[in-house]
Design a binder for this molecule. Structure first.
Ligand code: GDP
Ligand code: K
Ligand code: MG
Length: 265
């Protein structure tokens, strides 16, 4: 079984990787970049953990960041392990939402719970999990607390359910997703919802991928018409801002229901 480890930079990915795996090897660089590809065997069981570069969003700002989108588009894996920083949930959940939109089994490692607690942030883990529709395991990757339970869950559960959590981007976006699905005529196995959102956000890797199924002009027209339709109905300057703010609103709602911050004085 292949498990992809994904998260923002500095969320404890390396600590987690070292904790979960007994040994690992570098299997060369990711294609096109100088970032080394690290794959480790989990201490118990036979699963492999694939380390991916830390990114804030899938829409790549650099080639290194493009590694993650390319991995999702072209590599095969069984489930995703998304490590998030409990003290920076608002920022971290932007990537989580994009991974959920990808529509594959995903488990969340809620790391840095010690840091969050010191800052007076209380998280109702069950509430967060039920809202996101995923398993959430609190851990402290630096000390290893919770890592055994996490490894156990990630490797033994038969098939983690695919979350039905969705951000509502409005009916224009829903219509666009349906149009792109018709243009693709079932030629791709990826989530069309994910492809549409990544394309409209400006993810060049997704655009290049889609150009192997859809003519360049037809794709440009789709992007142009969809953006125009959405932006004429909302007070946003660009489509990526529109998508970002919809996610931000959904995250705000999630956090209002599952976190509590002690008043500082
Ligand atoms: P990466 O950039 O995502 O690979 O993160 P690292 O594993 O390098 O961790 C970044 C920093 O956070 C390091 O100094 C770690 O020791 C520290 N760290 C990782 N996990 C935890 C944790 O759960 N609690 C605390 N307090 N520190 C952590
Ligand atoms: K780091
Ligand atoms: Mg690291």
């Amino acid at each position: 079984m292949d498990i992809a480890l994904l998260g923002n930079p500095n969320t404890g990915k390396t600590s987690m990787f070292n904790n979960l795996t007994g040994s690992y090897e570098y299997v060369g660089n990711w294609s096109g970049v100088t970032v080394e590809k690290k794959v480790g065997l989990l201490k118990k069981g036979t699963a492999s953990l694939i380390d991916l570069p830390g990114v804030y969003s899938l829409n790549p700002l650099s080639k290194d960041e493009g590694v993650v989108t390319n991995f999702l588009l072209h590599d095969s894996f069984d489930r995703m392990l998304n490590i998030i920083d409990a003290s920076q949930l608002e920022r971290n959940l932007h990537l989580t939402i994009q991974l959920l939109e990808f529509g594959r089994p995903l488990i969340i490692a809620l790391n840095m719970v010690d840091v969050a607690s010191k800052r007076g942030i209380e998280i109702d883990v069950d509430r967060l999990a039920s809202q996101l529709g995923t398993k959430v395991v609190p851990v402290i990757a630096r000390s290893g607390r919770g890592c055994d339970e996490l490894a156990e869950f990630v490797t033994t559960i038969e098939s983690p359910s695919i979350s039905s959590f969705t951000v509502s981007y409005g009916e224009e976006m829903d219509g666009a997703i349906e149009r792109l699905a018709r243009m693709l005529e079932g030629k791709v196995h990826h989530s069309v919802r994910w492809l549409t959102l990544q394309l409209l956000e400006g993810n060049h890797y997704v655009k290049a991928y889609l150009q192997s199924f859809i003519g360049r002009e037809e794709l440009e027209t789709f992007i142009h018409d969809t953006s125009k339709a959405i932006l004429s109905n909302y007070e946003e300057k660009t489509i990526d801002h529109f998508i970002y703010h919809k996610r931000q609103a959904a995250i705000g709602e999630l956090l209002r229901n599952s976190t509590y911050t002690e008043e500082e004085n």
